[in-house]
Design a protein around this ligand. Sequence first.
Ligand code: TPP
Length: 642
Amino acid sequence: MKNYKYLLKINSPADLKTIPLDELPVVCDEVRDFMIDTITKTGGHFGAGLGVVELTVALHYVFDTPTDKIVFDVGHQGYPHKILTGRRDSLHTIRQKGGLSGFLKPSESEYDAFGAGHASTSISAALGIATARDLKGENYKVAAVIGDGSMTGGLAFEAMNNAGVQKKDIIVILNDNNMSIDANVSAFSNYFNEIFASSTVQSIRKNVWDLAGKLDSFGDRLRKLAGRIEEGMKAIITPGALFEAFGFTYFGPFNGHNVIKLVKILRLIKDLKGPIFLHVMTQKGKGYGPAECDIHNLHAIGKIDKETGKSLSEKPNIPLYQDVFGDTMVELCKQNKNIIAITAAMCEGTGLDKLKNVMPERVIDVGIAEGHAVTFAAGLAIQGVIPVVAIYSSFLQRAYDNIIHDVALQNLKVIFAIDRAGLVGADGPTHHGVFDISYLRTIPHQIIAAPKDEQELRDMLFSAIYHYPNAPIAIRYPRGYAQGVPVNPMKHIPLGKSEIIKDGNNLAIIAFGKMVSYALKAAELLEKEGISVSVINARFAKPLDEDTLKDVLGRFDYIVTIEEGQKIGGFGSAVLEFANCISIKPNIFVLGIDDEFIEHGSQEELLEEIGLDEKGIFKQVIDFLEQNHLFAQNDKYYFDKK
Ligand SMILES: Cc1ncc(C[n+]2csc(CCOP(=O)(O)OP(=O)(O)O)c2C)c(N)n1
């Protein structure tokens, strides 16, 4: 461990408060250094945390946490907060199984005032906490810290709108680094950029800044006077006009990397009444050269070389699903002028950067606004354009009503490329894409498909565009590497048609999407035990392949379904409902995710934990068969004749 002057003595914010104000820049350097040292070795979210070191130190210095509540939006910027709140020595375990969460989680620490992972929730949560405080007659401060990217989400504005009416004492801190994961594409950020460019604002900013810098020695009376002067200046022109219209008192913009001034400003506004808006300007990746130059790629990192910032992870020679999707969209858009791709602030994550590079006019980034993305797509579809909305499974949860009300109810063809479907690994429960099959399956006319490999993903996209009816069409595919099969020209997969990959006669496994490859490997293990297995690639959870299912349900006494999603309401549930409907009831065993949240860890570790890797499937199938007439003799399994 390095010879830090302060860091190793800070085990809680109380320790931080014992350090003299003018030494806080040293503390910030040490927090930043520690974070860079640790996260370049372990990987994790990087740029956002480096950008808020000073803000986090100032917040814990001024506020009395955990009594005062600081609600961080998304939580990916929470690493300095973790370092200062007793989790420094376990930071190296972050995002690993059994280690610290990569986001904020009240069950992990009393300093995490509210759970986060998805964007734009902090102001709503802070307002709720402040309202509860007042109802209970309690006395503490509540602050929300939200990035300019997350501020583009409608939920943030709904909360601002409500806060302005409720007039509760809350502080919203806008951490403005002009970046989302990709560059922040929004009228909101344009608004600030234009205002900041004006020379009037530049000079007002300097005046406000100088004033705030002098305040500390002056005492309360002068602070009030200064507040009034600042009010007057703001009335002339400041970027805060927008927030003032919401009923907030605006302060800023301030340099978010001057910790001493931040402390002074926070002390000034801390006891003010009503909704307060503090605007700080920061630089994402601050203090780490490679991240400052390449903010985008160092938003989240694997292990990297500390000197160069280059990745140290080995990459197999197989494409990621997101890249296959991106390349296929380029092909499809070149053939067909009528296709538009939509992303909600995840252009590169979804692979749509590939399309944007060659046909920028065909990709629309709507900001962190999944609900809007879907209704916007419905507007395109009603005019005959074919929208392909690429959203991660867990973020699409935000847009449920939009899918039902704006797409399905009007029979519109909107294609949903649902990336990160299934367990995503290190990001954990906020990001696992395990609910989509269940929540989509209830929607009339909804089509739900999942490819077994990259070629099928291509075929499904092609079929959705050219062959499937006007309806919401979901194609779900996992995070990570595809199967590495050769990529061929796209072909039509008939709607609702499954594929028998392997024939056998003791047991049928019907697998959905990514689970097909696991089912095949588990089948090999079962065959070694003398159990003959059929493996069916379901391809569709809706509509089901009723003809094949009827045949399979009739032929086999033992059927296993496998999906990487919640069991409740999922694909296996659909098979059970169908069997019930046609009054055929063999033993059907549904494998998937139980009615609980799965924590973080690598994808492989998590699949093993829940018994969905090949060995887990093998074991669960053997247990199921043993409970149902299978018996072992001389190292071989035999089936009882019924
Ligand atoms: C609902 C939702 N959509 C998308 C994301 C993915 N996401 C995580 S962080 C982020 C960018 C946030 O930008 P900002 O709030 O400005 O924070 P910064 O990383 O710039 O500090 C996005 C889009 C998410 N977490 N939640």
